[in-house]
Design a binder for this molecule. Structure first.
Ligand code: F6P
Length: 549
């Protein structure tokens, strides 16, 4: 690697061919042209929003942003009555050390992994060394009045002083991470390039000193010029503080030079003793080495299912059911007359959105979702895991009836809805003169999250999917995509006769809602005494540079 003027991209130690480089540059040019037209640097979106069918329905048809409801944080669960405590994850202590050149999607993978594990209630935190570098530099500038130069030359191996500073930052960040794990965290993600053997050896040696903490390395390799170009464009245009005072062109050149500085010393993982996962072009190929243990395997399995193809995920509750009209929960009732109208209208709404793109429809095994999906001309799949939250003994009752029959349970659920598990239906068996009483069914939101994990895994693997589901189920899935806390999850508003379209982006999901003007009851029961919260931050797909400005 001689000159820093002609950027080359190393792949497992090999430089990209001139043809590949030309493709990176072409892809960057394409992105520029698109942005000139749209102002916003977004990956290609497959679907257009709004269509003739909606307009036909009603001029006022709303494509609204999110409206979900917040709640107070749950009180600690002490195992009383029907509240079920969180599983004990205190033994799980993992350092996930990222490895890879800049613009290879390390932060993307870190954030995805964090979202998934947090949804499963692990305590996860990303320690981003770039952010630490910027905040330290800000402090120094305040104290000395001198601004540290963080352009490409700062990242050159030939710059001994800066190399020392950068090594120190990576070490300090690892120390903070280890400290955080000791204080109760489960998975700390070290988001840095960690691109040399010596850096990885240091991490391995440091973590080995801590009993009960293990390290796995996660290397992101990318030789797809379009993805690299998209990442470069995202970096320089997403408000990254490193580039906020530069023109787009200068920033891009500088970032490409920074990549080249890293390439000069980059060593892909070949160390035989390391526990690692290597992902090539997110979704193309995964290599696993020495991955042991339950949580490590789970992390590996999740990462193996990811892909970057543009797609959308649609959520719709079933049409209004007869039980909805009567205010009853659970059951397996058919659709009301208005619910049937929604079922008939749904195919045109979906067609307006996706045109001829392929789509698969998932329903639960309950007739209200199957009836709602019946006119949709797509492949369908029925999932038992998508059945509504099991209300146990309360199944088929109204909320008022539950309050009368089980006042204590009702209050418990209001106090901590995520953890509350409905009483199961009791049944008694007489076996060889022994009476056995057993509880069957009855779920909490947590139980539902656990049973939806395979659905999330499959959703990550798939492309365009429409889920025709139930209120509690869609709340759990929605919370995963928007990274919402468990305490808020059971109060998210998922109204009837509304399609929610989620489009995954680099750092989150874009959302659009389409409400058909077919009346339906409101089944949302707010938390008594709680204030509704401002949901405008949900659906934000921008990269967060917290504490960086
Ligand atoms: O009311 C419709 C419904 O789908 C019920 O079948 C289910 O028990 C309920 O919503 C779940 O919502 P919540 O958890 O707010 O009671």
């Amino acid at each position: 690697m001689s000159s820093v003027d002609t950027p080359t991209f190393l792949q497992d130690g090999k430089a990209l061919s001139p043809e590949d480089l030309a493709r990176v540059e072409n892809a960057l040019e394409d992105i520029h042209l698109k942005e000139l037209k749209s102002d916003v640097p977004t990956p290609p979106a497959v679907f257009g929003a709004g269509g003739p069918m909606l307009k036909r329905f009603d001029q006022s048809t709303a494509v609204s942003r999110i409206t979900s409801q917040a709640v107070t944080p749950p009180r600690s669960v002490v195992g009383i009555g029907n509240k079920v405590a969180k599983p004990d994850y205190s033994e799980a202590k993992i350092v996930v050390a990222m490895v890879g050149l800049p613009a290879r999607g390390k932060s993307y993978l870190s954030n995805k992994l964090m979202r998934y594990l947090k949804w499963l209630e692990y305590d996860v935190k990303v320690f981003n060394v770039g952010q630490l570098r910027r905040s330290r530099a800000r402090q120094k500038a305040q104290q000395s009045g001198k601004k540290e130069d963080h352009t490409a030359s700062y990242f050159s191996h030939a710059n001994a002083e800066a190399t020392k500073l950068r090594d120190q930052l990576a070490e300090d960040s690892l120390e903070m991470l280890i400290q955080w794990l000791k204080e109760g965290g489960n998975v700390g993600i070290h988001d840095a390039t960690n691109s040399t053997r010596s850096r990885r050896a240091k991490i391995e040696q440091r973590v080995a000193k801590e009993k009960g903490i293990v390290v796995i390395f996660l290397e992101s390799v990318c030789d797809d010029p379009a993805v690299i170009a998209a990442n470069v464009a995202l970096k320089v245009s997403s408000g990254d503080p490193d580039y906020k005072d530069m023109s787009r062109e200068t920033a891009e050149k500088d970032f490409l030079r920074r990549i080249k500085e890293y390439e000069a010393v980059y060593e892909t993982i070949t160390e035989p003793s390391l526990s690692y996962l290597r992902i090539r072009n997110v979704g193309d190929q995964v290599t696993l080495c020495h991955i042991h243990g339950y949580l490590q395997s789970r992390i590996a399995f999740y990462l193996m299912n990811l892909h970057l193809k543009p797609r959308s995920i649609f959520f719709s509750r079933h049409g209004e059911s007869q039980y909805n009209v009567e205010g009853k929960i659970g059951g397996d009732s058919p659709l009301s007359e208005r619910g049937m109208r929604y079922a008939r209208a749904l195919p045109d709404l979906i067609k307006d959105n996706i045109g001829d793109a392929p789509l698969t429809v998932w329903t639960s095994t309950l007739q209200r979702t199957i009836q709602t999906a019946q006119f949709l001309p797509y492949n369908k799949l029925t999932w038992k895991s998508l059945d509504e939250l099991d209300a146990g003994v309360c199944d088929g009752m109204t909320y008022e009836e539950i309050e009368q029959a089980y006042p204590e349970d009702f209050a418990n659920r209001d106090e901590d809805k995520f953890n509350y598990r409905y009483r199961g239906r009791s049944f008694t068996l007489l076996l060889f003169l022994v009476v056995i009483t057993h509880d069957l069914g009855g779920e909490s939101y947590r139980d539902v999250v656990v049973r939806l994990e395979p659905v999330i895994m499959e959703l990550e693997r798939q492309e365009n999917i429409l889920i025709v589901g139930h209120q509690a189920i869609l709340r759990c899935l929605y919370a995963y995509f928007h990274n919402l806390p468990q305490a808020d999850l059971p109060y998210i508003k998922i109204p009837l006769h509304t399609v929610i379209k989620l489009t995954p982006k680099a750092y989150g999901c874009d959302e659009e809602r389409y409400t058909l003007p077919i009346g339906a009851v409101d089944t949302h029961r707010p938390k008594p005494g709680a204030k509704s919260f401002d949901s405008s931050s949900i659906g934000n797909t921008a990269r967060e540079y917290y504490g960086a400005n």
